[in-house]
Design a protein around this ligand. Structure first.
Ligand SMILES: CC(=O)SCCNC(=O)CCNC(=O)[C@H](O)C(C)(C)COP(=O)(O)OP(=O)(O)OC[C@H]1O[C@@H](n2cnc3c(N)ncnc32)[C@H](O)[C@@H]1OP(=O)(O)O
Ligand SMILES: CC(C)C(=O)C(=O)O
Length: 514
């Protein structure tokens, strides 16, 4: 099978992402991981651009042994000299030099004619060949360059000693079919093109960077350039992890192989994301948080029966521990039951169904349901299963920074009788508890009150724990609700109900013994 080289430019083009600035230690850490993941070539920086970049490239070249380390240089002697100084101690010093070839770049940026661009390109490759065993030459903005001129300059730089010819889509303009045609054109019109490796370097301005890179592979490219997580100038570069996995998963189609250790991909992505501060979107292919998460009932059911129904990549392949069944409003009973079992709860069909209904109701209110939420629902279900004298039918609280807080509570008894009362308090919770005391017509002393958020986030469930004294019986109770005040009322009632139940059971026992 044809081998495709992976050229990683996370530390050069990736660092060109607006807002990204890596120090030497961070770059070294990333370089080591890039070596571990199996990058054939690591572009460590642009040595002439600053003393910091020079030092990083030098240190990386001295440290990395299993990848070829390269640095960027304009067609300028000073840039090439700086690159040589930085790279000469590396295991395989390699120069990456470039000049723009498109009309707009020639006319406005370089202010050079075609002939001058060719002359400068050839001169710089020849000069670099005095030092470097391997020279990669790039035609910046190749995809907006006249094809015949592109072929002409490529032929001349090959003659001058370039071993790798890169055809960058610098501004992310080309489409996959057009990009493939450029490679085909060069293969047919450039002398000795078969003596060099053709490389693709794509940008994502129109969202086609990965598709273009894959098209280049189909049309003869032997090297793909890009970055981890697709970071880079403007909309970024081809995401190398996507290219690598696409080539692997569809090897039946591409029929190529790479050196990439796919199971190191997730770790590499995480490291780059953390050190650059460029957050990976959840829906990002291969490495996004949701890449292996199934949320909808039909998909979850399918995956539970046979993973490949909805998974073309196994998470383990790229170093992700496992897939996940995310419980949300689109989930179904199959996944719900499995999750309950995973959490260690076994319950009968009736209880599961009741819980599933409560779960669906909660999922309408809450964006994401966590495992903690599920546990809370189970605990709540256990509470509702408890025999109680009083049930909270309605609660209304009025609170303002200037007025007196007041509460109106409606309770339902076991006999379906409704009790409604209202009272005030120093705070909303006190108003509720004063009102409940009135409804219950017995003295209740609150001994302890604790509140806890069930999970993170603004929409987390509230759990309230209370301890009360009802006619000399001390009893704890808990309440769970999305609203703190409702959870407070439920906790209080739960404690009172339990105390009343205990009192009755004790009385019955006493009567039975006399
Ligand atoms: C497509 C790409 O990603 S290319 C890489 C882009 N990366 C970077 O630019 C990051 C590092 N760059 C830098 O630190 C600076 O731009 C430097 C050190 C390279 C140059 O800085 P300065 O000398 O201040 O020049 P400045 O950046 O303003 O302008 C670039 C100059 O290089 C020239 N130039 C651009 N590309 C090339 C090239 N491949 N070969 C020769 N000259 C070039 C421009 O025409 C311009 O020349 P001018 O000053 O005669 O008009
Ligand atoms: C220097 C070249 C390869 C580049 O980064 C581009 O054209 O995007």
């Amino acid at each position: 099978m044809r081998k495709i080289n992976f050229f990683d430019t996370t530390l050069r083009d990736g660092e060109q992402s607006a807002g990204v600035n890596l120090n030497l230690k961070e770059k070294l850490e990333i370089a080591k991981q890039l070596e571990r993941v199996g990058m054939d070539i690591i572009e460590a920086g642009f040595p002439a651009s600053s003393p910091g970049d020079f030092r990083s490239v030098q240190e990386i070249a001295r440290t990395i042994k299993n990848s070829s380390v390269t640095g960027l240089a304009r067609s300028v002697k000073g840039d090439i000299d700086a690159a040589w100084e930085a790279l000469k101690d590396g295991a395989e010093p390699r120069l990456h030099t470039f000049i723009a070839t498109s009309p707009v770049h020639r006319e406005y940026k370089l202010k050079m004619t075609k002939e001058q661009v060719i002359e400068r390109a050839v001169e710089s490759v020849k000069y670099a060949a005095k030092f470097f065993p391997i020279i990669q030459w790039s035609a910046e903005d190749a995809c907006r360059t006249e094809l015949d001129f592109l072929a002409e300059i490529v032929e001349k730089v090959i003659e001058a000693g370039a071993k790798v010819i890169n055809i960058p889509d610098t501004v992310g303009y080309i489409t996959p079919i057009e990009y493939g045609k450029i490679f085909e054109y060069l293969k047919q019109n450039v002398k000795n093109i078969d003596q060099v490796i053709l490389s693709a370097h794509c940008h994502d301005d129109l969202g086609m960077a990965v598709a273009n890179a894959l098209s280049a592979v189909e049309h003869g490219a032997g090297q793909i350039e890009g970055t981890i997580n697709g970071i880079g100038e403007r909309a970024g570069n081809s995401a190398l992890e996507e290219v690598a996995v696409a080539l692997y998963i569809r090897k039946d189609y591409y029929k190529v192989e790479t050196n990439i250790r796919l199971n190191e991909i997730k770790r590499t992505s995480d490291l780059v994301s953390k050190l650059t501060g460029m957050i990976v979107p959840p829906n990002k292919a291969i490495v996004g948080k949701n890449a292996f998460a199934h949320e909808s009932g039909i998909h979850q059911d399918g995956v539970l029966k046979e993973k490949t129904t909805y998974e073309i990549i196994s998470p383990e392949l790229v170093g992700v521990q496992s897939n996940s069944l995310v419980l949300g409003k689109h989930s179904g009973r199959h996944a719900f039951r499995v999750k309950l079992k995973e959490l260690g709860f076994t319950m009968d069909e009736e209880a599961t169904n009741r819980l599933f209904t409560a779960f669906k109701e909660l999922s309408e209110k809450k964006k994401e349901l966590t495992e903690d939420d599920l546990v809370a629902l189970v605990l709540e279900e256990q509470l509702t299963g408890e025999e109680g004298t009083y049930e909270l039918a309605a609660l209304q609280v009025t609170y303002g920074t200037t007025g007196v807080p007041s509460a109106t509570v409606t309770l339902k008894t076991k006999e379906n009788e409704e009790i409604q009362e209202a009272a005030t308090g120093n705070g909303s919770v006190e108003a509720i508890y004063n009102t409940l005391e009135r409804c219950l017509k017995q003295s209740v002393t609150l001994l302890d009150y604790r509140i806890q958020s069930n999970s993170g986030g603004r929409d987390a469930l509230a759990q309230v724990y209370v301890k009360v004294n009802v006619d000399g019986i001390e009893m704890g109770g808990r309440g769970i609700a999305q609203d703190v005040l409702e959870a407070s009322a439920k906790a209080y009632l739960n404690a009172v109900n339990r105390a009343i139940l205990l009192k009755h059971t004790a009385k019955e026992k006493h009567q039975a013994t006399v």
